[in-house]
Design a protein around this ligand. Structure first.
Ligand code: 13P
Ligand code: SF4
Length: 359
């Protein structure tokens, strides 16, 4: 399917950022795997030893050590989405979570410098909520098939054709799109947001599968758009039935960006945080997370008593964030995320309306 071009937002460039000009560039640290680095990072390796082979640790450890030292020097906070790789998630993140948790943490953090390890719309959401803070993303080309499926002009056209129908935007959209919508939602609060609108019909854009899954959980009619997550739409119901036939004792949990017939085959469906909480609470003997690959690795590190079967799909955008790029962010203050202040003001209303909903 041809996707419309991504909404044009004035965001990061590889030119020296204002932040770099203001705060200066730091000297490159040594990246040698010394005994000191090994000892300092040993507790972290203990945590991830089941998912990172020992032969790889001498590559990761010097970066982890340097990043943790430099982030203190810069007064930075590192936010990491649940899909980040274990060496980032367990090695350098100060705060980890799903899209909603990261948005709230960005707003509440006392630090003036946020390094967002996730995809671009997540960094943009942080900037929308904290316009006075410097927000850096280690690779500004880390996009999202949902965010690039719809533009602000598409939303305006929807509104013109459907006067009076509230438009809820999934958080996986650009700031330009959020600015045109009434309220934002994430996969963990979508039903609540839909029901908070007080109408019989709403649009929930742009993820057609999330919208269909939500539609089944409420009396409100949920209309949608043709967007999809390129990672979750690849799972099929037949694939899940095959896993169940070969492993009758496995518990299957799926993200609601999967098609409804896939969610129907699962024992539970929820946001990335919802899935993690489900595993930590239920402690199944064997579980399969129908979502992005790194999440099972991250949870496996914290729940060694649970056995993970991993039929996962990789998100190529999330995987663009790496330790060397995070180090570059800290050294060179790149890549700075900026949002047009008028767009940010309107988008902030949509995000804050969601955050302020009582749970
Ligand atoms: P969560 O809000 O569940 O973390 O999902 C974000 C995402 O991009 C899933 O593909
Ligand atoms: Fe976007 Fe899908 Fe990647 Fe999440 S997993 S960031 S929805 S492409």
């Amino acid at each position: 399917m041809m996707m419309p071009a991504q909404a044009v937002t004035d965001f990061a460039t590889r030119e020296p950022s204002k932040a770099a000009l203001d705060r200066g560039i730091l000297p490159m640290p040594s990246l040698e795997y010394t005994d000191e680095v090994a000892a300092e990072t040993a507790p972290i390796y203990e945590m991830v030893k089941n998912v990172i082979p020992p032969i790889e640790w001498p590559f990761h450890a010097p970066y982890i050590s340097a990043i943790n030292r430099l982030k203190k020097e810069r007064g930075a906070v590192i936010l990491a989405h649940n899909y980040q790789t274990p060496e980032i998630f367990h090695g350098v993140a100060d705060f980890k979570g799903d899209s909603l948790q990261l948005a709230i943490e960005a707003a509440q953090s006392e630090s003036n410098l946020i390094i967002q390890c996730g995809v671009h719309f997540m960094a943009e959401t942080s900037k929308i909520l904290c316009p006075e803070k410097t927000v850096l993303i280690p690779d500004s080309t880390a996009g999202c098939s949902l965010a690039s499926s719809i533009t602000a002009a598409d939303v305006r056209a929807l509104r013109e054709k459907n006067p009076g129908v509230p438009i809820i935007t999934y958080v996986n959209t650009s700031a330009d799109v959020k600015a045109e919508c009434d309220i934002c939602c994430t996969s963990s609060n979508a039903v609540q947001v839909v029901e908070s609108m007080g109408t019989d019909r709403v649009f929930l854009i742009p993820d057609q599968y999330l919208a269909k899954n939500v539609n089944r959980q409420t009396d409100v009619e949920v209309l949608t758009y043709a967007g999809a997550c390129e990672v979750h739409e690849r799972f099929t119901a037949e694939e899940l039935r095959g896993y169940r036939r070969s492993m009758p004792d496995v518990q299957i949990i799926a993200h609601p960006e999967c098609p409804p017939e896939v969610v129907d085959e699962a024992d539970f469906s929820g946001s990335t945080k919802g899935m993690i909480d489900w595993v930590k609470t239920n402690r199944p003997e064997k579980v399969m997370m129908i979502t992005e690959c790194s999440m099972a690795d991250n949870v496996a590190s914290e729940t060694p008593d649970v056995s993970f079967v991993r039929p996962c799909n990789l998100c190529p955008h999330m995987k663009k964030i790496t330790l060397p790029k995070i180090l570059d962010s800290l050294l060179y203050m790149q890549e700075e995320v900026t949002v047009d202040p008028m767009v940010a003001d309107k988008a902030r209303q949509a995000v804050e309306r969601m955050i302020n909903l009582k749970s």
